[in-house]
Design a protein around this ligand. Structure first.
Ligand code: COA
Length: 128
């Protein structure tokens, strides 16, 4: 995402396809009826807002999450499947990112892929 007047990069994001394993209780929470544990997803692999712009463009991180959701919904129309957006929230450098993702509708996953807790595996249902 670039600033229109200067062309400078304000925020960037990298998206990759992913899959998460959910428990029975987690599946119920999302009203998922099918019998498989592994659910297709799109992962926010990288997300960053340039600190020089974060005051001027408040909400840009949230906008990027919404843009990722839009991409995931769009890909379901055609070439791949995603029920969730996922992220490994990097709490090693800033514990606040957990609050950022929670405010954007992400829930921590029961099954933590990264047990050293430098990151928290989270998901957001793109259909709610
Ligand atoms: C995390 C990041 C993408 C958030 O972007 P942002 O543009 O500041 O986020 P928003 O303005 O959309 O914030 C939405 C809400 O989350 C809160 N929030 C955002 N970053 C936060 C943080 N680091 N700690 C606590 N709360 C935070 C905001 O205060 C805001 O709350 P409000 O709605 O109650 O006002 C940005 O701070 C960043 O690039 N950080 C460095 C890289 C990074 O940690 N990326 C994530 C790696 S998984």
């Amino acid at each position: 995402m670039r600033e229109r007047s200067t062309g400078e990069i304000v925020a960037y994001m990298s998206l990759i396809m992913d899959a998460i394993k959910l428990s029975g209780a987690e599946k119920e929470l999302h009203n998922l009826k099918y019998p498989f544990r592994t659910i297709p997803a799109m992962k926010i692999a990288k997300l960053a807002v340039d600190i020089r712009f974060s005051e001027r463009y408040k909400g840009i991180g949230t906008y990027m999450v919404e843009a990722a959701k839009g991409k995931a919904l769009f890909c379901n129309e055609d070439y791949c499947a995603a029920r969730f957006l996922t992220v490994d929230a990097d709490i090693e450098h800033d514990k606040g990112v957990l609050a950022f993702y929670k405010k954007n509708g992400f829930l921590p996953n029961d099954e933590l892929f990264n047990k050293n807790r430098k990151t928290i595996s989270m998901r957001k249902d793109i259909y709610t």
